[in-house]
Design a protein around this ligand. Structure first.
Ligand SMILES: Nc1nc2c(c(=O)[nH]1)N[C@H]1C(S)=C(S)[C@@H](COP(=O)(O)O)O[C@H]1N2
Ligand SMILES: [Mo]
Length: 262
């Protein structure tokens, strides 16, 4: 080319010089990248641990990253995205039982059970199972997923959480950021972000496979929240409350992700 001649003429490199040059570049890159990785690891290892509270003690930068991921997913999450449903014929006849924390006390009497709904710090509703069964019933067949690695198509029936909110005039409470649910004996508890609680497939369930819920599955009333892993689907709800702070969460205290979304 004509104008190429205007450039300063560079001497041709010999093959050996080219090899030396490439060696130099790759070794430098190796040490720079390796050094950065080591530095990054030391930085993380020396980073302060968060104070265990609502979530277990993790290195603060890791928790920051988790919280960022949660925010990302919360932003793209939309209540108009339903989880996949299945025909009833696909539902398991023998439903797995997993976890009995907070529901293993012998003295529990389902006949005397009542649901406590904290409308405010000093203002509680007491509801019976009949009250809840008087509301429209919603059925749902979906793939239930446990963090332990199993999943199963299951068929549930109950009251949609949004129907429950509307019927009991809890719209103001539903403007808070979180819902907390606790077993009657206080031993198992979950915290849910409000958009997930208000997802159209979140149920307060009292039926499984068209039959009254069995005690080991959370009778008289349990949560079914298909947009979350099973750890959040609390069995045997005693109390429901609303808050702008994250409610205590049993598995988050043990180090599991608070959001636990799918
Ligand atoms: N009260 C209570 N609810 C609970 C649990 C528990 O141990 N106690 N385990 C959770 C977990 S880890 C899962 S996978 C599901 C299992 O529900 P299932 O026993 O009806 O299959 O319940 C969730 N709800
Ligand atoms: Mo689970």
């Amino acid at each position: 080319m004509q104008h190429a001649n205007h450039k300063k003429h560079k001497p041709e490199l010999t093959v050996q010089q080219k090899i030396n040059r490439r060696n130099f570049i790759s070794f430098t890159a190796f040490f720079v990248v390796g050094g950065a990785m080591f530095g990054g690891w030391k930085w993380l290892a020396n980073a302060p641990e968060e104070t265990p509270g609502i979530t277990a003690g993790a290195r603060r930068p890791l928790r920051r990253a988790l919280n960022k991921t949660e925010l990302f997913f919360r932003r793209i999450f939309s209540s108009s995205h339903p989880v996949k449903t299945y025909p009833k014929s696909r539902a398991a006849k023998r439903v797995r039982v997993n976890g009995d924390i907070g529901i293993d006390d012998e003295g529990f009497n389902p006949q005397q059970w009542q649901l406590t709904v904290m409308k405010g710090p000093e203002d509680a509703l007491q509801l019976t199972l009949n009250d809840l069964q008087a509301l429209p019933k919603t059925e749902l067949v979906f793939d239930f997923k446990c963090v332990e690695g199993w999943d199963q198509v299951q068929y549930w029936g109950g009251v949609k959480f949004t129907d429950f909110i509307a019927h009991y005039g809890l719209q103001e409470q539903a403007k808070k950021q979180y819902v907390g649910m606790v077993t009657p004996n206080g031993e198992y508890y979950v915290g849910l972000d409000m958009p997930s609680a208000l997802h159209p497939q979140t149920l307060l369930a009292y039926e499984m496979n068209g039959q009254p819920l069995a005690l080991e599955h959370g009778a008289p009333l349990r949560l079914i929240i298909p947009v979350k892993y099973g750890i959040k689907s609390l069995k045997r709800i005693g109390t429901i409350s609303f808050s702008n702070e994250r409610p205590p969460d049993y598995w988050a205290e043990q180090g599991y992700d608070y959001y636990s979304g799918l």
